[in-house]
Design a protein around this ligand. Structure first.
Ligand code: DAT
Length: 177
């Protein structure tokens, strides 16, 4: 497929809640100047919901409304999108997709610290264990642009920030900036 012309690339960061998406995006945004779009926060702020999911115990995002809301921003490029789902975004939005991975014990501890318990805690641990986001990303995007990144330790976080910033710089060089 021909790549869409953008002055700057768009990056999708996905993964189970607690894998470190917000932390990573905030650091990359600070370094690169790219705008961080936290889809969960945007949905919350604008009440972009369409019901409630009893299994995940989360409100269900109004996907159509979200796509309409983000479309113009995405067209400009230079965005980092952060969400724990990835199958409803148009494929052409992203130049690269990263999935953060965290081992079960570490993720469990992070989610407990965040106040998750019971079914919600269990569902998220299972989501990571069964590689739900990997399947979702691989099923939704060209696998050549989909990468897994471990996110267990602060060293991992640092490596991931560096890798993504390097990728941005490389993209700019290859695209004449
Ligand atoms: P998410 O946005 O995916 O829900 P987060 O960025 O809020 O995740 O991170 C959840 C918590 O885990 C937060 O306290 C920071 C910590 N954390 C995330 N990634 C980490 C890593 N690679 N090493 C150590 N701590 C990490």
């Amino acid at each position: 497929m021909m790549s869409i012309y953008r002055k700057l690339p768009n990056i999708l960061i996905t993964g189970t809640p607690g894998t470190g998406k917000s932390t990573l995006c905030s650091e990359i945004s600070e370094i690169s100047g790219f705008e961080w779009l936290n889809v969960g926060e945007i949905a919350k702020a604008d009440h972009m919901y369409d019901g409630h999911n009893d299994i995940t115990q989360c409100p269900v995002i109004d996907e159509e409304q979200m796509i309409n809301e983000l479309e113009d921003k995405i067209a400009d490029g230079g965005k980092i999108i952060d969400y724990h789902g990835c199958d409803f975004f148009p494929q052409h939005w992203f130049d690269i997709v990263f999935i953060l991975r965290t081992n079960s014990t570490t993720l469990y501890n992070r989610l407990v610290a965040r106040g998750y318990r019971g079914q919600k805690l269990e569902n998220n641990i299972q989501c990571e264990f069964f590689q739900t986001l990997i399947d979702e990303a691989r099923g939704s995007y060209n696998n050549k642009i989909v990468y897994e990144l471990p996110s267990n330790t602060p060293d991992d976080m640092e490596d991931n920030v560096e890798k993504i910033c390097q990728w941005i710089n490389q993209w700019k060089m290859q695209n004449g900036h």
